[in-house]
Design a protein around this ligand. Structure first.
Ligand code: XIL
Length: 374
């Protein structure tokens, strides 16, 4: 062995020794913030067939903040995203306004980079989203297209985007937020439903399935964690679509919670009733915001309450057979959408702005660990 190789071998051996040292919970190792050894990550804690995911920060509200694109430029962020998670979701990079900014013009670079990153890090990808009332480009919303033109535009979009990533996306949120809280369709704000009628929902799923028969196709919404008018509307709609042969595979709850309100205590029962229909379920955008006055820190009690919400949501998913994917909507408060969208609220993720793990992080990790032992 030549000298450099010897040196390399010594470095590798000592690295292995370090890795073999028993993980001491919450003890600093000098290289990482307290408790943050390389070994002890969420994806390692999780049961084998269970995906623990994060949104990939970029686009949307990030574009109006005074930092460069997090996914592209923040090395520490990228390192943790790869190390901690077994699934990633584009936070904005596959939304219409981002990926289809002009008629006939697709901007794939960012989504391509996410898919490459996921493959390199052996992560699943959740696609988000194809059919929504929000974050649509002006050219679409203001385009005064005929019905035939609109149909053709939607079909082309779905087949182009889904087709490009065929075989690389585990689950697609095909239709996002199609119901109002009272369980009526969002006919006024959703351009597709308003202009083309509710049957277009089935077509969206059919086109997505044609473009990627291996992707699992989901409905996704907020405010459907509990059993309520909105989740009832999905429970009624999905079997009706399935009876018509429409390829719907799953129902997902976003999980944007706030400590202002009680925990949605029927979450497990709600997921279970969709599971009973033979559907997959998922939690896709979990975060737990809290009231924090500007310039103040959350109290220990607030952080504990937040941790409890994360834990209960994850336990509910883990208790349901077909709930095999739990995604948090960003993992660091540094980039969370919450303070930008909810005045006076924040601190909604599992790590603070310096990537230090919060009680919610440990709650998620320990819950994954005990599920893996079962
Ligand atoms: C949010 C993003 O986090 C922001 O960056 C963006 O500015 C607005 O949208 N429900 C969804 C997500 O399905 O796509 C939303 O994401 C949060 C609510």
């Amino acid at each position: 062995m030549k000298v450099p190789q010897l040196l390399l071998a010594a470095v590798l051996a000592s690295a292995l020794l370090l890795q073999a040292a028993p993980a001491q919970a919450h003890q600093p190792d000098g290289k990482h913030p307290p408790g943050q050894s390389k070994q002890d990550t969420l994806r390692r804690a999780a049961p084998k067939d269970f995906k623990i995911g994060s949104a990939v920060a970029g686009g949307g509200h990030h574009e109006s903040q005074d930092y460069p694109d997090p996914f592209t430029f923040d090395k520490e962020y990228r390192k943790l995203l790869g190390a901690e998670f077994s699934s990633v979701s584009p936070e904005n990079q596959a939304k219409w306004e981002f990926i289809h900014p002009e008629p006939g013009v697709y901007r794939f670079a960012e989504m391509d980079a996410i898919v490459r990153f996921a493959q390199k890090n052996k992560q699943a990808v959740r696609g988000h989203t194809l059919f929504w009332h929000s974050q649509n480009p002006q050219w679409l919303e203001q385009g005064n297209f005929s019905d035939d033109e609109l149909r053709a535009i939607l079909k082309d979009h779905i087949q182009t985007v889904v087709g490009r990533y065929a075989g690389k996306i585990q689950q697609w949120d095909v239709a996002n937020e199609i119901f109002n809280d009272d369980g009526t369709l969002r006919t006024a704000d959703n351009i597709w439903i308003r202009e083309l009628g509710p049957d277009i929902i089935a077509d969206a799923f059919r086109w997505a399935h044609e473009a990627d028969p291996s992707a699992k196709l989901f409905f996704n919404d907020f405010g459907v964690e509990d059993i309520n008018a909105k989740s009832n509307a999905y429970l009624e709609l999905i079997p009706r679509l399935q009876a018509q042969g429409v390829p719907v595979d799953g129902f997902a709850v976003q999980g944007h919670l706030s400590t202002r309100y009680g925990f949605p205590s029927n979450l497990q029962a709600n997921l279970q009733r969709f599971d009973d229909l033979g559907l997959e379920t998922a939690v896709t955008e979990m975060d737990v915001r809290m009231d924090v006055a500007a310039g103040t820190e959350p109290t220990a009690a607030q952080l504990e309450k937040q941790a409890d919400y994360y834990q209960r949501a994850l336990e509910a998913c883990l208790a349901v057979d077909g709930c095999r994917s739990f995604t948090i909507w960003g993992f660091t408060d540094k980039y969370s959408w919450v303070p930008v969208f909810f005045a006076g609220e924040g601190e909604a993720t599992v790590m603070d702005e310096n990537f230090t793990r919060k009680p919610a992080y440990y709650a998620v990790r320990d819950t994954l660990r005990s599920a893996a032992r079962r």
